[in-house]
Every structure is written in structure tokens, then in C-alpha cells.
Design a protein around this ligand. Sequence first.
Ligand SMILES: Cc1cc2nc3c(=O)[nH]c(=O)nc-3n(C[C@H](O)[C@H](O)[C@H](O)COP(=O)(O)OP(=O)(O)OC[C@H]3O[C@@H](n4cnc5c(N)ncnc54)[C@H](O)[C@@H]3O)c2cc1C
Length: 697
Amino acid sequence: MNIKYLFHNKFILFKLLFLINNNMYSRLFNNVKKIIPKISQTELIALKSGGVSIDRDIFSGKINYNKLKKNQNDNNQSDDNHSCDMIEKTKLILQKYGESNVYPLNNKININNLMEELGNMGFLGMIIDNKFDGNRLSISTQSKILTMMASYNPSIAVVTMVPNSLGPGELLQHYGTEKQKNMYLPKLASGKLIPCFGLTGPHNGSDATGNIDVGIVKKIGENRYIEIELNKRYITLAPIADLIGIAFNLKDPDNLLKTGGNGSPSGTGISLALIDKNHPGLIKETYHNPNNAGFPNGTLKGKIQIDLEQIIGGEKMAGNGWQMLMECLAVGRGVSLPASANGTSKAITYGIYNYIKHREQFKIEIGNMQGVREKFLEMFYNTWVIQSSVAFTSHILDSGAVPSVLTAIMKQQTTERARKVLLNGMDIYAGSAICVGPNNFFTKFYNSSPIGITVEGSNTLTRSLIIFGQGLNKSHPYIYSIFDAIQTNDLNKFKKEFNSMVLFCTKLYFSNLFINNNNRFSRLENLVKKYANLVNFVALMGGKIKSDQMISGHMADILSNIYLAESVIWYHNTKGNNDIPVEIRDYCIDKLCAEAEMKINLVINNYPTNNYYNNIIKLLLKPTLCKIKYDNFRNENMIYNTINNNENVIKLLKEDIFYENTVIEDLEMLSKLNKDKHKDLYNKLYNKVISVGEYKI
Ligand SMILES: Cc1cc2nc3c(=O)[nH]c(=O)nc-3n(C[C@H](O)[C@H](O)[C@H](O)COP(=O)(O)OP(=O)(O)OC[C@H]3O[C@@H](n4cnc5c(N)ncnc54)[C@H](O)[C@@H]3O)c2cc1C
């Protein structure tokens, strides 16, 4: 029988599968039960939080080009006008407050005035509904505002970001009681109350709930209250916060709670509450200095007693805190930190783009030296990928989706790639990037870059554990259903899902054997097929995936690159089309595909060979290895010229950044001057730009 015919004819295949008798299914059911990783309640909640988007297509082995088409009806006119208005206000704020750090208290910026003004202008209520006096903006507009702030003054960006992400505003809006919403949201939106949110402490960092502060329900007479021993650190905005959100592990040894939260019959477990800055017993005395990045960050300590109605959502939400946090994080981490990475990369790349055209050594512009060009192109590539993915993800989030795997990818990839941009840029700006001074536009970004890497799920953990692990369970078309069937002991559901999975895997495997990369799009399509196929084999490692983090990390990278490549296509369709040379899009896609293909081979070559079955699997995977295509140096030089000769590319590169009265503006001016015609002016400006901070001994 023709094997292709067999796999395309579901009916025959289902009949064959039917022949596997029930007994065999039961044995299989038990064996699968053994290999699937043990999942804690905390992980299960994280797994269930958020939704899926095009990550499901990637795990299914196909690209949905419809989702990558330009959408004409993205924004309505009134949203556009309001968005422009807020962008103009952003410029005003930046002009007024300049580039200085906003904390510790200094005489350049009065942080209280700044926060008041940010509140009055609507920057602190960008996620709060208008009915609570908020200034709800589309995610795309929020992202543009934060990109602009981060490109000029990262510390202003941070103090704006927190109230618009994990600060209790988001939590209150989703889960607060009506009383809490009415009491706090208008004041948060206007900046009358500055929020912070305290989850982590000395003993609970990445494992945020592991060894968290404990709260105990107690009673005096008829009055029930919670006693909490607080010890939080690293809390952004804590030193200036009025309204403090805290997370703690609620215990109820005397069974005093009336109602239990969902999934927590007794109401115990991670719970979230709000406290006032003057709450008796709260100690808010010390601050940290995160790398001189210049925003308030500090500690919350003390033994406090709170009422049960201070729990966000009231007593009925006791014990639901982790789920609440996870749901809110799913959106937040796709917006603020990626916007910050975007602002950083764009500003630096635009600055260096101009610098290498003017700085000369050995009597030639350094941009004409291939070593420098190579680094600049790496900067440009990563920046283009970041800006494309930020725009695409904002578009997805604006459509109402909450894709937790994609937002984790965005947080990790954009902050990591921005760090690459930064380091390459520093190599090129060289001594001027190292010595502190007015012409050093790197220091502020160098100080703040590691923060994005560490917070909201440190990148190492996010890459090695979360992206692929969560993707496997959430984005894969069948694995979660099989997992669910096992959890609920549903043999019939297991049978149905298992059969579908076998059919899916078999088809995908055989389609991988007949692959041909005719053009760039088929290269990306084939990469998606190869990835989806590899996922099915890696999934057989079961619980080992959690500890085999090198495999899991590389699987995360491949998935990320595919998503980023799709973003680049969407961005090109939406922004560029005829105005942006297609070579820019193709250059980025080629690089993303090449990185991912190398990693596919790496995973196959490192597939465990600890037993007979794994050896067979590795053998089966060998024919699906990728053919490696190497960079063409001529193409690299051609791209450099394309960037230089196309105004629209540079227009997009500097879109949404602010650099008035900075050295980046001077560098731009140099490029506008005719070196021969305006010789004196040019030389004066050139000498100004290359001067480095000098200080009296
Ligand atoms: C400037 C700043 C601002 C912050 N703001 C806030 C805030 O407002 N509110 C708040 O609650 N918290 C805040 N944090 C805390 C932040 O979320 C934690 O720093 C973060 O969770 C990492 O914890 P840790 O620093 O203790 O590192 P650790 O948890 O000790 O991690 C050490 C390293 O091990 C890695 N790692 C840990 N577990 C795993 C694993 N299972 N697999 C692979 N790798 C792993 C980590 O990725 C990291 O690289 C902030 C931190 C900083 C520095």
C-alpha cells in the first residue's frame, strides 16, 4: 500500500489504531502517566494562565500567513488622535525633566513633582478604565510612549512602567471588589497614590512563592485579622509608594476563614493584599541602588496586622494570589520591558549609525572598516527584530489575546537582544562609551540593561525552563489534552487525544523527510515543520525536560526565532511594503532561520542516548537535520549600503525615540552637514562630539 495514501487517509489510520485494544491503551495510559513531569499546584496555575496565539500554529507545524497580513482596521481615528496627543505629552515631559536620574533624591529632578505631573497628564492610568478616571490607551500606544521614554531617560520609563504593569492597578481592575476599585483606581490613575508591588524577598527570588512571607489568620473576640511577617526586597517604587501591594502565603491553622478561593478549598495559599504606607508596623526605611540606574527601589519589612477586607478581591479571593499574578503578568511582560529594550536599541543603533559615518581612523571612516561594519550590522539586525516584534506583539495584545508563551518570549528575547546591541555599540563607540561624560550616551543604558534581564522572570529561568516547558503544554495542539485526560483519569479522552497525536506526529515526521528549501519563505515554513516535528520527539523525554535545560533552552530559542521571523514579515507588510527594501526583511529572516537551524541540529545531536529507545529516536531524527547555509559576506556589505541609501529605513529606525539636545542629535546634525561646504561648523561639531568627560583631579 502507498504509504503517503495511508497517512492522508485518516479513516484507514483510525481503523488501524482501533485495533490496538483497550488493554494496550490502559498500559500506555499508565506508562505516559509515569513519564510526564510532576507538576506542582503553582506550576499548574502558571501553565493554565493566559491563552495562545500564533504559537499554536508553530507547534502545529504551519505558518498562518493570514495572521501576518497588514490589518487595515487596526485603529480608529479617535484612538489615533489621542495617541498622538499622548506622544506629544511624552516629549513635553522628557524636555522638561531631562536625562537625569529621578532617584535617589537629587536637586536636578524632584520626583514628587515628576510623579504628580505624570499623573495629571494621564501617564499613570494608561491601563485603567475611563470609568475609574483612567486614561486607557491601546497597548500599541503604551508601547510607543514607553519606548520613547526609555530611549531618553530610562529612569522616567521605569517609574511610569510600574503603575502600568504589575502595580496593584492591574490587579485591582481585574479582581478588586467594587469598593476597592472605587476607592483606589481614580487615585492611582491621577498619581495621588503611587503604587508598588512586593512579591520577592531574600529567600524567594525566581522561586517567588517557594519561601515567601507567611500570613496567619487570627482572631481577637469577633475580629478576624491576618498577621504577616514582611521581608521584601528589590521592590520598585517602594521608597516613594503610598499604596503597597503585597503577596504572602496565607495560613489558617484555626479554620477561621469563611470562604475558600478557587482551587484552594480552605482559602489558604498565596494571597495578595493592599496596605497603606503608614500602616502600623510597616518598616519602609531602606532603599537599594540598582546599578545607578536611578529609580526608587527598596525594602518592605515589619510585623503587620491587616483586615481580611484588605485582600485584593476580598476574603473570597484568599488563596488565589498566584493565579491573579500569573494572569496579569501574561500581558505585562509583553509590553513594558520589550518597549524598554526597543527604546534602548533604537537610540543606540541610530547614534552609532551616524557615528561610524564620521569617526575616522587610519584616514578612513570607521563604517568602511569591515570589522566595525560587522558589529553595526549585528546591532541593526537585532534592533530591527526587536522593533518588529514589539509592534507585532502589541498588535496581538490589542486584539484581546493574552498569549503567555509569546509574552515570555518577548520579555526574554528583546532584553537579551538589546544587551547585544548595547555591547556591540560600546565596542564601536570605544573609549567614548567607557568614560562617563555628557557625550556618553551608553552609560544610562548600560546601567539599566541588566535590570530588564533580571526582573519579571529572570531571563535564564525564562529561557531554560518556562518558554519551551509552557509552550509544550500550552501551545502544542494535543499535549495539554493528553495531560488533562491523565490528570482527570479519563481513559476515553486519553484514547481520542492520543490517536490524534499519533496521527499528527506521523504525518509531520514523514513530511519532514521530503523537504526542499526553494526560497526564503519555504525555508521558514520548513523550519516550522522541522521544529514542530522535533518538539514531538523532545516531548518523549517527559519530566527530564525540566532538568535537561540545555535542550529546553535551545528549543526555546528556536521557537523564539520563528516567532521573531513572523514578526519581521508582519512588520514589513504593515509598515514597509513598497517603501522598505525587501532585502532588509529577508536579511533578518535569513539570520533568524540560520540561528534556529543550527540549534535544531544541536538539539538532535545532543538528544539523550541513555537507553535503547532514545538511540532509535536519535536515529529517526538524523534525516531531519537541517542543511546549514552560511552567511555571504557580499550580502552583508550590500545590506550596509541598502541601510545607508534608504531614508525610509532610517525613518523607521528612529521612529518613537527622543534625542533632543543629546549627542545623538549632534551626530545626526553631522550627517546633515556638507563636510566640504560647512567645513568650520562640521569640524567644530565633530570635535564636540568626540570629546570625552574630563574632571578636575
Ligand atoms: C532592580 C530590580 C527591581 C525589581 N522590582 C521588583 C518589584 O517591583 N517587585 C518584586 O516583587 N520583585 C522585584 N524584583 C525582584 C526580581 O523579580 C528578582 O530579582 C528575580 O525574580 C530574580 O530573583 P533573584 O535576584 O533572587 O535571583 P535568583 O532567584 O537567586 O536566581 C539566580 C539565577 O538562577 C537562575 N535560576 C533560578 N531558578 C532557575 C531555574 N529553575 N532554572 C534555571 N535557572 C534558574 C535565575 O534565572 C538567575 O539567573 C526586582 C529586582 C531588581 C534587581
